[in-house]
Design a protein around this ligand. Structure first.
Ligand code: AMP
Length: 280
């Protein structure tokens, strides 16, 4: 596995690969890697000649400075895990290299996709995400890029950005990878206390229950159900939304031909967790 730290090194490398017509799969991450990330790597390896993973904790997408400061950083273990997964290259740039002019986001408009849920509760988050992903696409010029459905809204926004700017990259969604008890894998899980780790299983459980509940109840009733269920736990629900997959707009009723998902953000102590599930 090749370790690259400078955008210029990546560009030289990519130029060589492109001149021999190799396809490049790209997996952007913030490190503290787990099996969820590795499922993206595996899919990229299956579909491309060359797989490159980036590790970059992007400051512009954090609206909470404490969250940025405490975000887990495990570079050595990440490199070992990527190597054992058969990754071809890893790109680990410094903040200064990605933001030579200072840590500023571009401002984007994604037809309202950016205003709901994560966008509403984390102001500026998606401008930061889109800014950094666009920069990485320019440096790496991937044929395909892999995004987890764990961050479903992020995935939809990146798809929209690619469309809006005609970027020559195919976005591939990858299903959510879960722990054996159902908790969605996340780099933040390692910050949970043992008690909160146990409690957090309830997020996925409530999503599954909401899916069953919605079969015989309205959207409004299902929202009340979820909020009542959370009151019985030690977690604090930030939002539960039922939205259509295409526009991420809240729906008020279920229509057969419209794909919908349930989206949850909840605090387990000071750790903010998100999860989502297809509801039809
Ligand atoms: P992150 O390092 O959290 O920014 O995530 C990097 C990529 O991995 C994003 O596309 C995430 O959606 C994806 N990812 C993170 N956790 C999971 C998971 N449990 N299952 C599938 N993809 C994931």
């Amino acid at each position: 596995m090749i370790l690259l730290r400078k955008p210029g090194e990546v560009q030289n490398f990519i130029t060589n690969l492109k001149s021999s017509n190799k396809t490049i799969g790209f997996v952007p991450t913030m490190g503290a890697l787990h099996d969820g990330h590795i499922s993206l790597v595996n899919q990229s390896k299956n579909e491309n000649d060359f797989t490159i993973v980036s590790i970059f904790v992007n400051p512009t997408q954090f609206n909470n400075p404490d969250d940025l400061k405490k975000y887990p950083r495990t570079e050595e273990a990440d490199i070992a895990l990527l190597e054992s997964a058969g990754t071809d290259a890893v790109f680990i740039p410094s903040v200064e290299m990605i933001y030579p002019q200072g840590q500023i986001s571009e401002t984007f408009q994604f037809h309202g996709l950016e205003n709901q849920m994560e966008g509403k509760f984390r102001p500026g988050h998606f401008d930061g995400v889109a800014t950094v992903v666009k920069k990485f696409f320019e440096i790496i010029q991937p044929s395909r890029a892999y995004f987890g459905e764990k961050d479903f809204q992020q995935l939809r926004i990146i798809q929209e950005m690619v469309k809006q700017f005609n970027l020559p990259v195919e976005i591939i969604p990858v299903p959510i990878k879960r722990e054996s008890d159902g908790l969605a894998m996340s780099s933040r899980n390692m910050r949970l206390t043992p008690k909160m780790r146990q409690e957090s299983v309830i997020i996925n459980k409530i999503l599954s229950e909401a899916k069953s509940f919605l079969k015989n109840h309205s959207v409004a009733e299902t929202k009340v159900f979820v909020s009542e269920e959370f009151k019985k736990t030690h977690l604090e629900l930030e939002y539960f939304e039922i939205a259509d997959e295409a526009h991420l707009l809240p729906v008020s009723e279920v229509e057969k031909e419209v794909k919908i998902r349930g989206f949850i953000a909840a605090f387990a102590g000071e750790i903010r967790l998100i999860d989502n599930m297809s509801l039809n």
